[in-house]
Design a protein around this ligand. Structure first.
Ligand code: ATP
Length: 242
């Protein structure tokens, strides 16, 4: 059974349709890169899966259970965690306090504060530092750690590279590598196409709220994705859902 199913999802901002009739299934352990131009609807889709934005119609199923109307804090307890764009840490709280807060709404499991420090060793000496005093890379690692503390079945990562220098992004991705190969099911929104395709097992490209490409990453070229990205794909022929 799919771990996550999104069925014919429509999401609006007021009257503006941001996600239109989107459907996909995610199997356990898949790493899905969600790509597309600015305004394509990636963040809106991710926030809807996390319960931060209610869809106008359609369904979201987690382990087959309909969670479409379940509020975000209860969705965390069911196994969906979001690392939001811009990190959104509690700036006056320490690294450790942010991590513990992430654990409080979630489930018990293998992720503990000590394990987060093993996965992100640069955070350990900063455990008592306030989030506002951290570098961008440390903040991003804390935000990912905070989400992992809820021991999610599905981890949603929204633009982890945003606002970080290429060197720092390299380091964050190096640290993510263990996670990516550990069997955690991940949806990753990433502007950097090469980076996304390097780490993902599957790629979905959105254009104006629609899915215009959905393929295994293996065998999909950068050019295939670029064509879809700019709307140059061959209509339905490009869409071969796995
Ligand atoms: P980006 O890469 O720039 O974050 P995106 O693919 O994540 O883009 P969304 O942020 O989901 O796209 O935006 C989808 C559409 O919804 C865009 O037309 C955007 O202008 C609009 N939109 C997003 N957030 C809001 C909002 N809070 N209020 C009104 N419209 C919004």
């Amino acid at each position: 059974m799919s771990i996550l199913s999104v069925c014919d999802l429509d999401v609006r901002h007021g009257l503006l349709p941001a996600v239109r009739g989107v459907s996909f299934n995610l199997a356990k352990g898949e790493v899905l890169a969600l790509v597309g131009a600015n305004g394509a609807g990636k963040t809106t889709l991710l926030r809807s899966v996390a319960g931060a934005h209610l869809p106008a119609s359609g369904q979201i199923l987690l382990h087959g259970e309909d969670v479409t109307a379940v509020p975000s804090h209860k969705r965390i307890a069911k196994g969906i965690a979001l690392v939001p764009e811009g990190r959104r840490l509690f700036s006056q709280m320490t690294v450790e306090e942010n991590l513990l807060l992430g654990g409080s709404a979630g489930r018990k499991g293998e992720w503990t504060v000590d394990r987060i420090f093993d996965a992100f060793p640069n955070l350990k000496p900063r455990r008592h530092a306030k989030a506002s005093h951290l570098s961008g890379g440390e903040q991003q690692a804390t935000a990912i750690g905070r989400a992992l503390m809820s021991n999610p079945d599905v981890l949603l990562l929204d633009e982890v590279s945003l606002g970080l220098s290429p060197l720092v992004v390299d380091r964050v991705y190096q640290q993510l590598q263990g996670l990516l190969s550990s069997g955690t099911t991940i949806v990753l929104v990433e502007q950097d196409l090469s980076r996304a395709m390097n780490v993902a097992s599957r790629v979905i490209c959105m254009l104006e709220g629609n899915i215009v490409l959905d393929r295994p990453a293996n065998g999909t070229t950068r050019e295939d994705v670029t064509r879809a990205y700019f709307g140059l794909h061959r209509s339905t022929a490009e869409r071969s859902v796995s």
